[in-house]
Write a protein that binds this ligand. Sequence first.
Ligand SMILES: *Cc1c(COP(=O)(O)O)cnc(C)c1O
Length: 221
Amino acid sequence: MSEVEAAANYRHIREELPEAVTLVVAAKGRRSEQIRRVIEAGAKIVGQNYVQEAEGVMAALGETAGRAEWHMIGHLQRNKVNTALELFDAVQSLDSPRLARAINRRADEPVRCLVEVNIAGEESKYGIPPEEVEDYLRQVGSMENLQVEGLMTMEPYFENAEDARPYLRRMRALFEQARALELPGIRMEVLSMGMTNSWRVAVEEGATMVRIGTAIFGPRR
Ligand SMILES: *Cc1c(COP(=O)(O)O)cnc(C)c1O
């Protein structure tokens, strides 16, 4: 897909999304020039899955990189935490106690994070099991250098997005339950869910943030 098409796709999705819903451009595997055009078209947040790739893209973009926030949305290896903290404005993939401790130890100011939930208990996915989320929030709520702002999930993929609805609805319920606990050190304001195939349903089910790649950039090669 050309840079111009990617920018147009971004604008169309942004127009269709309710204003209150935040759009994260999921940019793994995309060329820097495509990402540049999407930032120039107004994208405020770019998501990356790999620390090294993000580093390369940001270097290639130069000053343009500074016009967007950068969020880590992929699994973060503990040996990459230092570099990740230099590059990213937020980590959406807080997915284990050990990662939380590593970030807390190495950061020198609170890092904005979302707790990733493995909502369907899939073997192939990272994330905290739903039934352990409350405990996990209690743990990370006491960590000085973590500022948890909400929950994130990568719900199972279905060709028919309606099939994802029960999982998205379960996430919303978990989010509301977590919010009602009013745990110390935890904000429950962001619910990041919904991708190319599912974002419309995710918004109907209460997502405050969606992460979209393919619908902007086209299929990955
Ligand atoms: C790739 C990715 C997305 C976007 O997926 P698309 O189907 O390409 O829109 C969202 N979130 C995460 C964590 C991803 O890795």
